[in-house]
Design a binder for this molecule. Structure first.
Ligand code: PHE
Length: 451
């Protein structure tokens, strides 16, 4: 891989309109299906509080430092994943082979897009259904049968995938400073309003809110397995959008004087706060109506809609919930497509606009294949897994921890030594130089040899 994009120079490079805009955009990337769909169901599957603690440890010890590091690589090396690593490596005397991390990150993003687009499509379908129900039309989809009926319907799902991928593709076509900024300006406040309104509604209409708080925060370590460690670690990277160069790209548009550690910790805190808030909206409903808390991926689409239909103003509640989830999924889909398009642009040496069209087409093809594997092509499996599960497992349980390790080592060698002495340097040094390799080796060991 050769680097064709020069390092950005401080004067000519496009910037976020404000640092707040960076926080909006990076949070828009981080907050997504990972927070609202995955986090609550993996907490449910792993028995609650102890898993939450483990996840927070992975987040503080590995996820957040890597986020800060990735943003710093982008700011120094530019917005093109492979060239960014090559530029920073060259300026610090390291091998240009580190550019491979950019390609690996982009590959992971492209694989994730194939199922992320499908699940985002489901969220779109549920949003439309709850909107129709709220307006007095047919009852919204709820329960296992309705979910299976949707999975069996290729046309409905393909339409949803096409709609969301085209909409995201238009934003990616206008790139970061125009596309992402225009969207986040409206989405960030709207999402915040919906979330707070739902928390207030849930705390006042159910009497199981405190039960959910206890469930989330009282650890029961007997419910934890070693597999949970892998899941917590992979999820810490996934939810913060690190290890895939997403934060690197957004970091490239930051001005040189910005305080990256402070901004990075702010983004990690927002992401964690929203994951916990989502769980505190979902679990009171699950407990109030005795639904299955360990329902797995179906928690959001099967159990929860059943709960909504039993609540006062349930259709309105369901509409707010799925609309907020759709916004979160949409801005993450944009961030993932931006990774793909920037990498395609540098690798195929095309303009960003052409690359954005290729990225959108690839996402559409991946999404359509995964969709069809759920119905018409349901004998299409890899190693016995359905495609959706396979891509999810392959990326978050295997590739992501690996690329995270690589990036942690790179940042500890290329970026950390140049930082001024102080708390930030010590924190990054401890986490990235020592904790990250140990943590991820333990992870690989537990996955391969087992405990
Ligand atoms: N962080 C997003 C989520 O939790 C997923 C994502 C990963 C988005 C990488 C962009 C880049 O859903």
């Amino acid at each position: 891989m050769t680097a064709t994009h020069p390092a950005p120079n401080a004067t000519g490079r496009p910037h976020w309109s404000s640092r707040m805009m960076f926080v909006f955009a990076a949070s828009g990337s981080a907050v997504g299906l990972g927070n609202i769909w995955k986090f609550p169901y993996i907490v449910g599957e792993n028995g609650g509080g102890a898993f939450v603690l483990l996840y927070l440890a992975c987040l503080i010890g590995l996820g957040a430092p890597l986020l800060i590091g990735e943003v710093m690589v982008g700011r120094r090396g530019g917005a093109y994943p492979a060239s960014a690593f090559v530029n920073v490596a060259r300026s610090t005397g390291l091998s240009a082979a580190w550019g491979g991390l950019g390609a690996l990150g982009a590959l992971i993003a492209i694989l994730i897009l194939s199922f992320y687009s499908v699940v985002s499509g489901w969220v779109g379908i549920y949003t439309v259904d709850f909107a129709i129900a709220a307006l007095g039309g047919d009852a919204a989809r709820s329960g296992a049968e309705a979910f299976s009926a949707m999975l069996a319907d290729p046309v409905l799902q393909l339409t949803a995938v096409a709609a969301i991928v085209i909409a995201a593709g238009i934003v990616v076509y206008y790139d970061v400073t125009i596309g992402v900024q225009s969207v986040m300006r409206y989405v960030a406040p709207l999402f915040a309003i919906l979330l707070v309104a739902m928390l207030v509604m849930i705390a006042t209409t159910t009497d199981t809110f405190w039960q959910a708080v206890v469930y989330m925060f009282r650890p029961d370590f007997s419910a934890l397995s070693f597999d949970a460690f892998g899941e917590a670690l992979g999820h810490a990277f996934f939810t913060l959008s690190v290890g895939m160069c997403g934060m690197l790209i957004y970091g490239a548009y930051l001005d040189d004087a910005a305080n990256v550690p402070r901004l990075g910790i702010g983004v990690a805190a927002i992401d964690t706060g929203i994951a916990i808030a989502a769980a505190l909206i979902i679990f009171p409903i699950v407990f109030a109506f005795d639904l299955e808390s360990a329902a797995g991926p179906g928690l959001l689409f099967i159990a929860l809609p059943q709960g909504f239909t039993l609540l006062p103003f349930g259709n309105l509640f369901g509409l707010s919930f799925f609309a907020a989830t759709l916004l979160a999924a949409f801005t993450s889909l944009i961030a993932l497509m931006i990774i793909a398009s920037h990498w395609l642009s540098e690798t195929l040496r095309t303009s960003n606009r052409t690359a954005s069209l290729i990225a959108a087409s690839l996402t559409g093809i991946g999404g359509a294949t995964v969709t069809l594997s759920l119905n018409l092509w349901d004998n299409l499996t890899i190693l016995g897994f359905g495609l959706l599960d396979f891509f999810d497992e392959l990326t978050s349980a295997w590739l992501l921890p690996l690329s995270g390790l690589g990036m942690a080592i790179f940042v500890s060698r290329a970026i950390v030594p140049g930082l001024p002495d102080g708390l930030v340097k010590t924190y990054l040094n401890i986490c990235l130089t020592y904790l990250a390799p140990i943590g991820i080796l333990v992870f690989v060991y537990s996955k391969t040899v087992g405990f």
